[in-house]
Ligand binder design. Structure first.
Ligand code: ADP
Ligand code: MG
Length: 500
């Protein structure tokens, strides 16, 4: 691919020396992030090979392709009131979702920050904390429901969809044991336990009359919520995807193709299709096809899981700012970048050592907002970029320096978006979605796909370079799916049969 894409054109080109050593070196670095012609289709083919392997058996390093136990995607006509619980890295959210049956919904929610003491407590304390929040919420928003249940103990319970964003070994739509904690949680006696079951038992003890009907992954929630809320002129929603801190996606697969799935162990599964949570962040952990330049390598070695989530490390929000920072450090170490007296005063100590306090030398100090601001900056003096990065650096780079950083930032962003197209094209081709549907829709969520400039356009450009071709891409819509963990979880709860 070339770097002269229309989405990258500048309205006014900053006036700097294009033959300077810095500019030449920065161009070379930017080129390290340019994908080779023909790469995308080869990568799509490889993705589908690895996806099929994942459907056949579980391996430590392959694509996990996890059966979600959720089968039907909604039509937009679903109705009812549901609770949605959403436990992520920092917050626990309790929501009441009312589906109106015309693709619209209303939602009331209460969010609390999970205290550090609970994140490192015992299963008993943790479950009690969650149950307390559910109880408070029901008392505040569903008092009459609780009253009715008191009068009539056979009253139908309120169904709950539980978005639990941790690795779970799911055994039924509403059952799953915790594999390990992530995101700062460390409740030792909870590992290996069925968290939704433990919460259900505590809620039952309190006579709260709610039924946890589904445990939901955020990708599945995104697919469901987009299928429910999408505008009527969009096609059938076949993929739910996340491009935020990490990246992941879900799509529907005929059960006969999920050869590792033991149907006899889940007699409640009646449908012939099931939504698969691909965990595509793990695509090509063995780097059979993914590009791997020296900055990719450095990022990988600086993570807690080197050698894993290799696709994610080139695509998602946690990594794009860090890639840019490493490129800047390299240019700086060669004496080419940040050479003004103002910069030197900030980046070196009075003894001439590197100032370790500077964000430039601090791993993970810059998030994807940094390349995002550079990417969209079409001003002649790059002042928005200067303003943004000077908050990190405590000095203002020169225009020539800003232009060099921009060159690299755009290359990192463009590669990320182009690679984001790989699993999307993979799933559309594998499921023959364009043969089955006149129009095909993708629901997406996450700050990167929502806020990174031109990200969606760049994904579409890349999709057109695969065998889908420009004509195929014309039949594909991609839209932001709000609230997968609320509306999506409610829809999963609605679908769930009464399984205890
Ligand atoms: P989560 O994945 O935890 O649900 P988000 O979807 O908000 O959270 O994604 C967070 C990621 O978004 C961070 O890794 C950050 O680097 C990135 N990010 C923050 N601001 C922007 C921006 N303006 N443009 C693109 N990415 C951004
Ligand atoms: Mg998210």
């Amino acid at each position: 691919m070339t770097r002269s894409s229309p989405s990258l054109s500048s309205t006014s080109i900053p006036n700097i020396d294009r033959n300077s050593k810095l500019h030449i070196k920065a161009s070379e670095i930017a080129d390290l992030f340019v994908l080779e012609n023909g790469f995308l289709q080869k990568a799509v083919d490889q993705y589908n090979i690895q996806a099929l392997e994942g459907l056949a058996k579980h391996t430590e390093r392959g694509l996990p392709m996890i059966p979600s136990y959720v089968s039907d995607t909604p039509t937009g006509k679903e109705v009812g009131t549901f609770l949605a619980l959403d436990l992520g890295g920092t917050n626990f959210r309790v929501c009441s979702v009312e589906l109106h049956g015309n693709s619209t919904y209303s939602i009331v929610q209460k969010k609390t920050t999970v205290p550090d003491s609970i994140m490192k407590s015992t299963l008993h304390e943790f479950i009690n904390y969650l149950a307390d929040r559910v109880q408070e919420f029901l008392n505040e928003y569903h008092a009459s429901f609780l009253q009715e249940c008191k009068k009539d103990s056979s009253h139908k319970p309120l169904k709950v969809g539980f978005t639990f964003s941790f690795p779970v070994n799911q055994t039924h739509i509403n059952r799953g044991t915790l594999i390990r904690w992530t995101k700062g949680y460390d409740i030792k006696d909870a590992v290996g336990k069925d968290i939704p079951l433990a919460l259900q038992q505590e809620l039952d003890k309190r006579n709260l009359h709610v039924f946890i009907a589904a445990v939901v992954n955020d990708t599945v929630g995104t697919l469901m919520s987009r299928a429910y809320t999408k505008p009527s002129n969009c096609g059938d929603t076949v993929i739910g995807c996340i491009f935020g801190t990490g990246t992941n996606g879900a799509y529907s697969e005929p059960l006969v193709n999920i050869t590792k799935f033991d149907r006899s162990a889940a007699p409640e599964v009646k449908s012939d299709e099931m939504i698969i949570n691909t965990e595509w962040g793990s695509f090509d952990n063995d780097l059979k096809i993914l590009p791997n330049n020296k900055y990719d390598n450095q990022v990988n070695l600086n993570t807690r899981n080197p050698g894993f989530h290799m696709f994610e490390k080139r695509v998602s929000g946690m990594f794009l700012g860090e890639l840019l920072r490493l490129c800047m450090v390299d240019l700086h170490s060669q004496g080419l970048l940040f050479t003004s007296p103002e910069a030197k005063a900030e980046l070196f100590t009075t003894e001439g050592n590197i100032n370790n306090q500077s964000d430039l030398f601090t791993p993970w100090s810059m998030n994807t907002a940094v390349p995002a601001v550079f990417h969209s900056d079409n001003t002649p003096d790059l002042s928005p970029s200067a303003k943004h990065i000077s908050r990190h650096l405590q000095f203002t780079p020169t225009l020539e320096e800003l232009v060099s950083i921009q060159l690299i930032a755009r290359s990192i962003g463009k590669r990320a978006a182009a690679m984001a197209a790989i699993p999307l094209a993979g799933a559309i081709i594998h499921t023959r979605a364009l043969e089955k549907h006149e129009k095909v829709d993708i629901g997406a969520d996450g700050s990167v796909v929502e806020n990174y400039p031109y990200f969606q356009e760049m994904i579409r450009e890349a999709l057109a370079q695969t065998s889908l071709g420009p004509k195929g891409v014309e039949r594909i819509t991609l839209g932001i799916a709000k609230d997968g963990s609320g509306v999506g979880a409610a829809l999963c709860a609605l679908e769930a049969k009464e399984y205890h």
